[in-house]
Design a protein. Structure first.
Length: 400
């Protein structure tokens, strides 16, 4: 997994005096005269930052966290693994304590998978932290979960267990007839989460990603509060998604596609592009947001089929410039932006017909197409359709 720090911490002022980390427990929480929030299972002496981290994790995790927080002396709150179910409600009694003690970093060792209302929890953390406050957490991704299940089990047993868990934890929660029973049994624990969905949820809840890293078969993340949450009440979960794209006259349209990415992936597009740039066909390179079936759909262009809905609605054409996100549209040269919005975007972009699947070739292909279309609007589209079909079925070009 490639790692990259996108933000620097110069904006976080180092404070004059050293503060011990505050450690929050799950019961018998008391406040000591020293200002440390502690619990009866903790020794009476105050812990150093390093000792508190090591109690909950390992040297590798300590190094990862210390790289980001070790040199700063502001107060830090540590939520231990023994905290129990972490919900927005369970943190309410501690919110005043956190805010009154100038806490600027919260480190949570309870896996994100064990939180029922994940977004509400992230929103609660956002509300507790000041601007540029740091949140550190962890998640067991679906792939990491599968590795754990395969460990010390026969292959057929592991595959059966993974399939059963998929049905119970992924299918049942999305079926209205089983949803209430599922959550009453599980209390919202054992959520199946990908790294992309976890990071996407964090960004949607007002954080920017600083770094994430796999350590001992768990993914640890460090994020910074940079804004208020989006409070997204209708994230894209189903097989059919609607993507906001720039249409004719600069109007934003919702383009239909079959899902090929994990939920909340739209929130981390900028992060993925900054991390890896674009691939040969102008899409984000090394995109970990893609699902396994998504790669198959893209290989055979199946994800593009629902765009016919946009054609029937009169928002798109069969052939035309690619429907771009606002971020990608703004990266195009100003003259191309001006020309592109004169026409409806198309299901089949020019680079497919002209077999120019490179970042510069993509833009050049659109220049050629727009020039041809000005001269011969109908004939140009017909020619480009047949050229595109020849390249697609001849496997001369792929969609990813």
């Amino acid at each position: 997994m490639r790692e990259m720090k996108l933000l620097k911490f110069e904006e976080l002022e180092k404070e004059i005096s050293h503060h011990q980390p505050q450690i929050i427990g799950s019961e018998n929480v008391t406040r000591k005269k020293s200002g440390t929030i502690t619990k009866n299972y903790l020794p009476p002496k105050e812990r150093t930052f390093e000792e508190a981290i090591l109690q909950e994790s390992s040297i590798s995790v300590l190094k990862f966290i210390s790289d980001h927080l070790g040199g700063y002396t502001f107060n830090k709150v540590i939520i231990p693994r023994t905290f129990g179910p972490v919900t927005p409600q369970s943190l309410v009694p501690l919110q005043i304590e956190i805010q009154n003690n100038n806490v600027r970093a919260i480190i949570d060792f309870v896996k994100t998978n064990n939180k029922r209302y994940i977004n509400k929890y992230f929103e609660s953390i956002n509300a507790m932290l000041p601007k540029a406050g740091i949140f550190v957490g962890c998640v067991e991704t679906t792939n990491q979960r599968n590795k754990r299940i395969y460990r010390n089990r026969r292959s057929w047993v592991a595959k059966s267990a993974i399939f059963a868990e998929f049905i119970f934890h992924r299918v049942f929660p999305r079926m209205e007839s089983f949803k209430k029973l599922y959550f009453s049994l599980t209390k919202g624990k054992y959520r199946f989460l990908s790294a992309a969905e976890t990071l996407g949820r964090l960004v949607s809840c007002g954080f920017d990603i600083i770094e994430y890293k796999e350590i001992r078969n768990q993914t640890y993340f460090v994020v910074m509060k940079t804004r208020e949450p989006h409070f997204d009440k209708s994230p894209s979960y189903g097989p059919l998604v609607k993507l906001r794209r720039v249409g004719k006259d600069g109007k934003i349209i919702e383009v239909y596609k079959f899902r090929t990415m994990h939920p909340y992936s739209e929130y981390i597009q900028d992060f993925v592009i900054k991390l890896n740039g674009y691939n040969a066909v102008g899409k984000p390179a090394n995109d970990f947001r893609l699902t396994s079936w998504g790669k198959l759909f893209r290989k055979y262009w199946l994800d593009e089929v629902p765009q016919l809905i946009n054609v029937f609605k009169g928002e798109m054409r069969i052939v035309g410039v690619r429907p771009l996100s606002r971020v990608r549209f703004n990266e195009f040269p100003a003259d191309m932006q001006k020309e592109r919005i004169k026409y409806k975007p198309g299901c089949i972009p020019p680079y497919v017909a002209l077999n120019m699947p490179s970042e510069t070739g993509n833009i050049e292909a659109e220049r050629i197409y727009l020039k041809d279309k000005k001269k011969h609007p109908i004939r140009t589209d017909i020619i480009y359709i047949f050229r595109a079909l020849r390249n697609i079925f001849g496997r001369k070009i792929t969609s990813s």
